[in-house]
Design a protein around this ligand. Structure first.
Ligand code: MLT
Length: 289
């Protein structure tokens, strides 16, 4: 069992926000405030190995086979892996704890992979999916190798180089020049990430399944969001998911790259709310104990 640190705000139908890599729940600040003010209960966990969940998982007195970050000797840390399914199970465990039967599951990038695993493992618990800046296919060999190298680099040298190299891809040119506050928040999130948790998640992403075959079987409505200038998960990835899903809508956000929700929070929130309002906004009742 993983004791996730999470935000829980508002009341109504639950919306679970799953952050990307190597970020934490603070990336959802604008969505937590907005959705909780519009009649939703918003749950935003730090996924396993990220944000404050690192300290808890590393030092708390927990045990169990799925609890991999804890009690790993330092010389074995480079073999740990956090799978997308591990994270999806953590989300379900957190929902159990909070007595949430089903929820809208919204994931950005890595969070989207976790959302794919969640709806696969717990199909009745996802009321809907929001897939932002993510993709269905698995990594090719070259991408897997790049992840392995980045994991080693992080463990050896920390997060500094990664922050410098990835910021220009994560954020659109306009964000980089006009929104220093957003640039600073993204940089800080990367720099404070625990390299051990990030490396374990990199290995988990490299090992993730190809979700393309899942698309036709996803029976809930899906909102796909993508930044028009996203070089990491470009519009073509979003269009691929849109074609494969039976009930989806696609929102392309201008002047945004990978971090659509932070770069253009008003547009992101408006799209999210318009989509949520098409659903039955009643919170699922707790199962009888
Ligand atoms: C993310 O933002 O979560 C990452 O870009 C996901 C990935 O590396 O595939």
């Amino acid at each position: 069992m993983t004791r996730a640190v999470y935000d829980d705000a508002g009341s109504g139908l639950a919306v679970v926000l799953l952050h990307g890599y190597p970020f934490d729940r603070s990336m959802w600040r604008e969505q937590i405030d907005f959705l909780s003010a519009h009649g939703y209960r918003v749950i935003a966990p730090d996924l396993r190995g990220f944000g404050e969940t690192v300290a808890q998982t590393s030092f708390a007195e927990l045990s169990g086979p799925s609890h991999r970050l804890k009690s790993v000797p330092i010389n074995e840390v480079d073999r740990t892996i956090t799978s997308m399914a591990d994270m999806a199970h953590d989300v379900a465990t957190l929902m159990d704890k909070l007595e949430i039967v089903d929820a809208a599951i919204c994931g950005l990038s890595m969070g989207g992979y976790v959302a794919f695993e969640f709806v696969h493992l717990f199909p009745t618990r996802a009321r809907t999916l929001v897939l932002a800046g993510t993709r269905a296919p698995a990594d090719n060999e070259q991408e897997k190798q790049a992840r392995a190298q980045q994991a080693e680099q992080m463990l050896a040298k920390g997060m500094g180089d990664i922050a410098g190299a990835t910021l220009p891809k994560l954020l659109a040119a306009r964000t980089l020049t006009e929104k220093p506050g957003v640039v600073g928040r993204v940089r800080e999130m990367i720099l404070r990430a625990d390299p051990r948790g990030a490396a374990a998640a990199q290995r988990g992403m490299a090992a993730r399944r190809d979700y393309s075959g899942d698309l036709p079987g996803i029976r809930v409505p899906v909102l796909i969001i993508v930044g028009h200038q996203d070089p990491i998960r470009p519009v073509t990835d979003a269009e691929f998911m849109h074609r494969g899903l039976s009930d989806s809508r696609l929102k392309i956000i201008e002047d945004a790259a990978h971090m659509t929700n932070m770069e253009q929070p008003e547009n992101f929130n408006r799209a999210l709310l318009a989509f949520m309002e098409t659903l039955d906004n009643t919170a699922g009742a707790s199962p009888p104990s």
